[in-house]
Design a protein around this ligand. Structure first.
Ligand code: TRP
Length: 450
């Protein structure tokens, strides 16, 4: 696919469609964010809500985004405008742009850590032989001014890919490399199952203590489901606008969400047995994975190779995700504001750079500056994932359930009658009622009204 063409290109094959959306979905959200969110929200209680939200809310919204995107072949603004002229739904696009830039900012910081870890482990500098040294080293790598440099480097790579027209190259590379990442995760998983804290770790993750389900667990799990599936901002809509007419949307949605969830669970199964084996706290927050993983690598034979490879692949997985989230604002500046692709890319990267600097420094020099009690990093994450994404998803499902012409929706889901889509009325029921009401109730609950 070339996203740089003036006329819109179309993916050559169904495989390409799946590979790109999986590339967008699988990233730091699964491997870094899922374990830390599960850790601070009580493990099993979070996990069960997360899985329920992925399949009951996420999948219907994903199918809606795909259908809207492919039927209109345009960005989120154009899509809403074409399907419901004069209805003002396209304002949801602004939410998408702001949130995608906020996400890009803090995401680049974490992706920057992966580059730093990759290089440190390649040079044999990752020494996590005991918790004390590990923690000190983690602080050294992630606080102060150093992460700023890595954030800038990451954003530079992202911009280079978007500008240089190597999107195709990175996608092709990721088609080969992502299965390797998957295999690597499975091997780490098997290793974690042999650790002394395995039983405790698995029980933390899979044994739900229902009394722990509260408003923050519900909102956290909802935000995580949307974040991980790249939903709510029109990202999947934009990608679906490049799908060819053979792609089966329902099936693609199930494969994407299934693989995405599998990677998140694998990551949890790797991290939590290690957390309990090495006496670490599951509640460490955003730093959890970066503190725990090196312990696992240190005790593996050939640890340096494993960790270098792992962080390299994680870096690439992050790139395929940031390319997709950058696309949201770039297509807006290009198609709506008539900017050149180059100008649009530089503008988006420039905004993300400012945001990224604030986030990178919020682990060091700016740690004391708080917005609603949160550092820049945590605020950007919370505001985008827990507010903007579910809100965008709610608008999308209301749109598809109530306003979109059902004939168009059916055509999209059956590929113009070629296939059957047996649960069409169930899907409509979910989009009309279940998804918007559930999201609305979770919002009310989290601000203490319910
Ligand atoms: N889903 C990606 C991850 O898990 C992050 C991501 C990419 C995203 N594009 C997005 C999140 C659009 C929200 C919206 O790492």
């Amino acid at each position: 696919m070339s996203l740089r063409n003036e006329e819109r290109a179309v993916f050559g094959s169904k495989f390409a469609a799946i590979a790109t959306t999986v590339g967008s979905a699988v990233g730091l959200g699964n491997i870094w964010r899922f374990p830390y969110e599960a850790g601070i929200h009580g493990g099993g209680a979070f996990m069960i809500c997360y899985i329920a939200f992925v399949f009951l809310i996420g999948v219907p919204v994903l199918i809606a985004e795909y259908s809207i995107g492919r039927s209109t072949r345009s960005n989120i603004f154009g899509a809403y405008r074409k399907l419901a002229p004069g209805k003002n739904f396209h304002f949801a696009g602004y939410l998408g742009i702001i949130a995608s830039l906020l996400i890009l900012s803090f995401y680049s910081v974490v992706a920057g850590w992966t580059i730093e870890y990759c290089i440190a482990s390649l040079c044999g500098q990752l020494d996590f032989s005991n918790t004390e040294i590990g923690h000190r080293q983690f602080l050294q790598l992630t606080t102060g001014w150093r992460p700023v440099i890595w954030t800038v480097i990451f954003l530079f790579c992202n911009t280079f890919i978007l500008l240089g027209g190597v999107t195709k190259g990175i996608e092709r590379a990721s088609n080969i490399l992502m299965p390797i990442l998957f295999l690597l995760l499975i091997s780490f998983c098997i290793n974690s199952l042999t650790l002394p804290g395995c039983r405790e770790g698995l029980s933390f993750l899979f044994n739900p203590d229902f009394s722990k389900i509260n408003s923050s667990v519900l909102l956290g799990a909802l935000g995580q489901a949307f974040f991980s599936m790249s939903l709510g901002l029109g990202c999947m809509m934009t990608y679906a606008s490049y799908f060819n007419k053979e792609t089966r949307l329902g099936k693609t949605a199930l494969i994407t969400s299934g693989l995405d969830t599998a990677v998140a669970i694998l990551s949890g199964v790797i991290i939590f047995p290690a957390v309990f084996s090495f006496n670490l706290s599951p509640e460490a927050g955003p730093t959890l994975v970066f503190e725990v993983l090196p312990h696992i690598f240190t005790q593996l034979p050939g640890g340096i190779i494993w960790s270098t490879l792992f962080f390299l692949l994680l870096f690439l997985a992050s790139l395929t995700s940031t390319v997709s989230m950058s696309e949201i604002s770039i297509t807006f500046f290009c198609e709506e504001k008539k900017m050149s692709r180059k100008g649009a890319t530089l503008l988006s990267s420039g905004i993300a750079l400012i945001g990224g600097l604030l986030c990178a420094l919020s682990f060091g020099p700016l740690a004391e500056i708080k917005i609603f009690g949160l550092t820049f990093f945590n605020f950007f994450d919370y505001a985008s994932s827990n507010v903007c994404l579910p809100l965008g998803g709610m608008i999308c499902s209301i749109f598809a359930g109530w306003y979109m012409d059902k004939k168009i929706l059916r055509e999209q889901l059956t590929n113009n009658g070629k296939y059957k889509f047996r649960i069409f009325s169930v899907l409509i029921f979910f989009l009309k009622w279940i998804c918007p009401i559930a999201i609305f109730l979770i919002f009310l609950n989290s601000i203490g009204i319910l």
